[in-house]
Write a protein that binds this ligand. Sequence first.
Ligand code: HPA
Ligand code: ZN
Length: 326
Amino acid sequence: REQVELINSIPKAELHVHIEGTFEPELMFTIAERNDIRLKYKSVDDLRAAYQFNNLQEFLDLYYAGAYVLLYEQDFYDLTMAYLKKCHEEKVVHTEIFFDPQTHTQRGVPFKNVINGILQACIDARNEWGITYRLIPNFLRHLSEEDAIKTFKESLQYGELFTAYGLDSSEKGHPPAKFKKVFEMVRTEGFLTVAHAGEEGPAQNVWDAIELLKVARIDHGVRSIDDAELLDKLARIEMPLTVCPLSNLKLKVVNDMADHPLKKLLDHNIVATINSDDPAYFGGYMNANFQSVTEALDLTNDDIVTLAVNSFKASFLSDEEKQKWF
Ligand code: HPA
Ligand code: ZN
């Protein structure tokens, strides 16, 4: 169809992707083998068959288990390069990559292995394909704020590589207020902030991420649909939402893609964007996400263009860099 062509060919930016969530089963087996780690699944098919989730936590348990085979700089390089190759194939010309330092440092993997591997792949992809990038460490919200502060301080030796810091993992029981202090430290050092909010948690978490954490973007934010006053505010202050449709479906944030609030958010003039979140686990990269909502919500060509333009508008590219794309 004509819309498939438009989706595949229009330049896009991805603003919400966890690099650990791009770990395809095939690569996971390859790296596990060379690192002498035994996976608890017999085969790639076996592992892929386990990708059925009833909620965020069931997914996170598998996602953290998968990340355990990543040890060396080469592992992080291979992981990131495989994702960037997908970007190149799908006309994703700019990407803002999340990674979870604590998932790795907690088990003794040096910060430098993580960052050097990811960074080198980004540099190579920029040279090879012209893909631009930003790197955004995320704090794990199921761990303490003290641990986030410790991680932040350790990360500062690579601070010039980072544009922003984020907040991910289990939203229930770990509201934005828990991280008020560390986010203040992050902003004081001159970084932007983002936070997952209103994915499984209530619209109130979106308010709190804005007011307590002073974020520049909300990751997910789909529960904002429950709060008319919040919707007005998001539109008025042009607060971007990095929406992840296939993720929402796989984690049962929505029961059916036809029920997804994306179209309502767009019609409310909210700067919503489409993103893949953890594409290896949720069954699709950027274009599959665009495709899925386009079909389920009857998006128009204008909607698709708006979503692509929003992705650059909401990005952390400089104004000059943005002008290249819209
Ligand atoms: N939500 C929270 N934490 C995460 C996600 C997500 O969608 N993906 C990876 N970590
Ligand atoms: Zn996410």
